[in-house]
Design a protein around this ligand. Structure first.
Ligand SMILES: *[C@@H]1O[C@H](CO)[C@@H](O)[C@H](O)[C@H]1NC(C)=O
Ligand SMILES: *[C@@H]1O[C@H](CO)[C@@H](O)[C@H](O)[C@H]1NC(C)=O
Ligand SMILES: *[C@@H]1O[C@H](CO)[C@@H](O)[C@H](O)[C@H]1NC(C)=O
Ligand SMILES: *[C@@H]1O[C@H](CO)[C@@H](O)[C@H](O)[C@H]1NC(C)=O
Length: 456
């Protein structure tokens, strides 16, 4: 054809073609009579080496079958922001070169040899997802068997794009793809096959994977759709590599402290509402939570909105809500003890209803409040040890009474006032309990939702 071959190569080719036409028989393309005392004779392979530019086939309408397998030897890094997976693969390619064959009996029993890969035709198989230069070390060799089967293994550090879904972070599982295809050869010239079964690849990878890092290897799947570009069809093998994050670090550093803070926030409802400690305590917690979020921000994925961010935001909102509730209750209590507004009748009846023995709405009795056993209907108003004690009726009221000296009227007025105060105080406690229960309900719903979402 090209006419540039050395005469030996041409002769060899003719010889092979004629051999193939007659059936293989026991004639061989490589004469290894000199192998025993000189080592391997390079000139015996010279014809093969000279042909390395061309795809090694006898009939060009027959495609070369290249069988592929690989081993994942390390998962180095998963970058959620750039959507990159960095891994280390050992790629094995196996194909046949019909111009190589020798008789092992003549060749001191040698059945396979290593040959420097640069002297052989190598199929241009690459990984479509790889986003980095191929960092294959140079100077690799390939095994050549006496039947012409060539096995070429190379280690590659692959930085490949992977569509990472971090919604379920840190309980996420990723499904990255490695698509092996030829850069140049269409199906007419090159076919891809599997050198090993997928489960074998999976098992070897699991055994080899040394890193006990963040990612756990789950398994490999494959698909073999062909790729149509214009009028050329390319053979492809797509491997799906499933990996799962080990969440322990994140559970210990993110979820546990955050849950503790929220639990303490919930427990702080048991601080008596009258004491002035509750609001400062909650503010401190809120501050602490903010500091925690700032410090732990580095652990979160830099892009996207994982569920855990929503979880943190909701925890923060819960704390803010509970602080608002405390402010509201403090305001209510303050109002009740300083200048109680007249109580609307419906509220009065509601309070009556709620303090009756059969409780159908939340009461503050669990909170150890002092005077809730009492029935409001015949309230003497003297038991209540609120701050109101010592406070005189407002001047207007005193004036309205007309006779400031009349101790009977004043006494009655004071008793009524006190009753009103205690009603309001009771109402505040009731509101506090009700809101606390609402808070707990909201928190439980939210925690259960998050857990259910994480478990799916
Ligand atoms: C192999 O080569 C040697 C010389 O190097 C020659 O004597 C021998 O006949 C050859 N054998 C075959 C099978 O061609
Ligand atoms: C090459 O292969 C094709 C298809 O297998 C066949 O039709 C053709 O005759 C072969 N050519 C030669 C020279 O063997
Ligand atoms: C490739 O695999 C196919 C089927 O698994 C097998 O028939 C063929 O001989 C293999 N070819 C090479 C070169 O290993
Ligand atoms: C990965 O994704 C592919 C296609 O989307 C699917 O066929 C395969 O089963 C997935 N593998 C795992 C382990 O989820």
């Amino acid at each position: 054809m090209e006419g540039g071959w050395p005469a030996g190569g041409g002769l060899l080719l003719c010889l092979t073609v004629s051999l193939l036409l007659q059936g293989r028989g026991d004639t061989f393309t490589i004469n290894c009579s000199g192998f025993d005392h000189l080592g391997v004779d390079p000139s015996a392979f010279q014809a093969v080496f000279d042909r390395k530019t061309f795809r090694p086939v006898i009939n060009y309408s027959i495609p070369t079958q290249v069988n592929i397998s690989f081993t994942v030897s390390a998962i180095l890094e998963v970058d959620a922001q750039l959507q990159l997976l960095t891994s280390f693969l050992w790629i094995n390619l196996i194909w046949d070169n019909p111009f190589i064959s020798w008789n092992p009996e003549e060749c001191v029993g040698i059945k396979k040899l290593t040959v420097s890969a640069e002297n052989l035709w190598i199929p241009d198989i690459f990984i479509v997802e790889a986003m980095d230069m191929d960092r294959t070390p140079s100077g690799l060799s390939a095994y050549v068997s006496n039947e012409g089967r060539i096995r070429y293994d190379r280690p590659v550090r692959v930085t490949s794009i992977c569509n990472l879904d971090i919604f379920y972070f840190p309980f996420d599982q990723q499904n990255c793809t490695f698509t092996f295809t030829s850069f140049l050869y269409t199906v007419d010239n090159l076919l891809l096959g599997m050198a090993k079964e997928v489960w074998e690849i999976s098992n070897t990878s699991r055994d080899i994977l040394q890193t006990q890092g963040e990612w756990e290897f789950l398994g490999i799947n494959k698909a073999t759709p062909r790729l149509l570009v214009g009028s050329s069809v390319y053979d492809r093998i797509i491997f799906y590599v499933a990996i799962r994050r080990r969440p322990r670090l994140y559970v210990i550093n993110l979820l546990v402290p955050s849950s503790f803070l929220v639990a303490i926030d919930a427990l702080s409802f048991y601080l008596p509402a009258e004491s002035q400690n509750r609001a400062p305590f909650k503010i401190t917690l809120l501050l602490g939570y903010n500091v925690f979020l700032l410090m732990m921000n580095d652990l979160l994925p830099a892009s996207g909105t994982p569920l855990i961010s929503v979880y943190f935001a909701l925890c923060l909102s819960l704390m803010v809500l509970s602080l608002l509730e405390t402010i509201f209750i403090t305001y209510l209590l303050n109002l009740a003890t300083t200048q109680p507004p007249p109580m609307p009748p419906w509220l009065y009846s509601l309070l009556l209803h709620c303090t009756s023995p059969m409780k159908c709405c939340p009461t503050a009795s669990q909170k150890g409040n002092k005077d809730l056993g009492l029935t409001l209907a015949h309230l003497p108003g003297l038991k209540e040890p609120v701050e109101f004690v010592g406070k005189v009726p407002s001047p207007q009221e005193a004036e309205l009474n007309g006779s400031p000296g009349s101790s009977m009227g004043q006494q009655e007025d004071k008793a009524q006032q006190q009753q009103l105060v205690s009603l309001w105080v009771q109402f505040s406690h009731m509101m506090d309990t009700l809101l606390f229960h609402l808070y707990l309900l909201f928190m439980a719903t939210f925690v259960i939702t998050v857990i259910v979402l994480w478990n799916t």
